[in-house]
Design a protein around this ligand. Structure first.
Ligand SMILES: [Zn+2]
Length: 57
């Protein structure tokens, strides 16, 4: 049985990696995203994608 997506598809479709602007994909378990190009990881917290570049701390 497939897990339900944590965020709506129309929101997912407009998301892009803040570093390289490439598309994102879900990680295993759909707890976050992985950039298809640069491989940076972004978490989803309470249904909200946290798209911050890893070097912004
Ligand atoms: Zn990227």
């Amino acid at each position: 049985m497939a897990k339900k997506d944590p965020i709506p598809a129309d929101l997912f479709n407009i998301l892009a990696c803040p570093v390289c602007k490439s598309d994102l994909k879900y990680n295993e378990g759909k707890t976050g995203f992985i950039c298809v190009k640069c491989g940076n990881k972004y978490p989803i917290r309470e249904g909200i994608p946290i798209l911050l570049p890893p070097d912004m701390k």
